[in-house]
Design a protein around this ligand. Sequence first.
Ligand code: TTP
Length: 190
Amino acid sequence: MQNLILASSSPRRKELLENLQLTFEVSSSDVDESFDPALTPGEIVMELSRRKARAVSKDNAASFVIGADTVVVLDGTVLGKPLDKADAFTMLKALSGKEHSVYTGVSIIAQGKEKTFNVKTNVVFWELSDEEIHAYIHTGEPFDKAGSYGIQGFGSVLVKEIKGDYFSIVGLPVSRTVRELRNAGFYFPG
Ligand SMILES: Cc1cn([C@H]2C[C@H](O)[C@@H](COP(=O)(O)OP(=O)(O)OP(=O)(O)O)O2)c(=O)[nH]c1=O
């Protein structure tokens, strides 16, 4: 019997895996999310996803463990989650009318083997008025999300174009993840 664990506290990642009707547990641990600023965004999300997966895998060596991490990158600057309303406003104002990249790293640990990859998706925002930004912040949606927006919610209205994998922006590149799980020996019926 194969055991799958999602090493994440993100309700969005849980929902994306649930869509596949997979049976899995959720187990997250507080890992240090600081990173070396000299790393590229792809390296950062891979490093953090690896830390999250390893923290859970160490006590669950027989399971398939998935860790993930998402950041938004605008003109070379890495944007994580906003600290407060003012920080969210600064991020959304900076993203307005521009194209940015969303990087999601995924780490799969299974039977002592580790596979880590990252997926980059570009997103173009409409020009946003200050009123629109304030109204969006008022929804409360930005606060637990990289770049201060959620494309799956009210944030969808801010987005003009997506170039790449929608699911990766939400926090888990589902198809690549399942393909890598299969490569690691996981049986996926779909
Ligand atoms: C850009 C974007 C990010 N996000 C979310 C995905 C992630 O949950 C979050 C980025 O933070 P992460 O640190 O990647 O994840 P997390 O803290 O939510 O969960 P954990 O570390 O336990 O796995 O931003 C959206 O939900 N929608 C979006 O459009």
